[in-house]
Design a protein around this ligand. Structure first.
Ligand code: GSH
Length: 237
């Protein structure tokens, strides 16, 4: 049995981490049998100190694979999945580069809107730290937030103003909306692994309950909203 280790449902989505949702949506689209194992305790065993990772037990052996892209690649090879068979070699190259744009650029805009903004901090604090014993809640959220804010500055995103960050993310939403156009999925009428990635990120702005200006911007793209609804109806209801 494949186990997907993530944080667990939060903010109205199956996981507040787009990387966990990416692996989960990919597993659902592939039709593989798997189980979600949720909780912050997963971090202790995470091979790379981040979630998600998968574990597959066979006899006395357990295979662990960390990183959403590595999970997709590993499962595709091991189970000879055909999810991307309708993509040309060029489509696959585009899908890979689009994935990296969301993973490495849009992700930081999402982090900024959740952790850096004063207006979203109460929602995020409650969503992520509510279950923590009260004597830890006095310190841990603030320390953790300080680390994320430091990382956002080191990576460079928070050196931009809020309006500039909205403009950066909006270019991605706009590009995704243009590529999707009136198709059901990004590469035609059948889902591919890129749809798992696109959904994983878009649902964090469109479905997740963490009101901010960036979410409003994403919700302004009707075809992206319909895309999220389509995936949710097909795989999450
Ligand atoms: N490249 C990784 C990124 C995973 C990642 O950044 N996960 C974040 C959650 S969104 C995490 O585990 N953060 C916990 C931490 O750094 O303390 C992937 O694609 O899976």
């Amino acid at each position: 049995m494949i186990k997907l280790h993530g944080f667990g449902p939060n903010l109205g989505v199956m996981d507040a981490s787009p990387f966990v949702v990416k692996a989960d949506a990919f597993l659902k689209m592939s039709g593989l049998d798997y189980k979600n194992v949720s909780g912050i305790r997963n971090m202790k065993k995470a091979p790379k100190g981040k979630l998600p990772y998968i574990s597959i037990e066979e006899g006395n052996e357990t295979t662990l694979v960390a990183d959403s892209q590595a999970i997709i690649d590993y499962l595709t090879t091991r189970y000879q999945l055909t999810l991307d068979d309708h993509l040309s070699k060029e489509d696959k190259a585009h899908a890979y580069l689009m994935t990296k744009s969301l993973d490495e650029n849009l992700y930081w805009c999402l982090l900024y809107c959740r952790w850096n903004l004063q207006e979203t901090w109460p929602t995020v604090n409650k969503a992520f730290f509510n279950k923590m014993p009260f004597w830890l809640r006095a310190v841990v959220p603030t320390l953790y937030r300080r680390t994320v804010i430091k990382n956002l500055y080191a990576q460079g995103t928070s050196r931009h103003s809020y309006d500039e960050i909205i403009a950066i993310a909006d270019k991605t939403f706009n590009a995704l909306a243009d590529i999707l156009a009136d198709k059901a999925y990004f590469f035609g009428e059948k889902p591919s692994s890129f749809d798992a990635t696109a959904y994983a990120f878009l649902c964090q702005f469109i479905t997740a309950k963490c009101p901010n200006k960036l979410n409003d911007r994403a919700k302004g793209y009707d075809n992206l909203v319909r895309f999220c609804q389509r995936i949710e109806q097909q795989f999450y209801s």
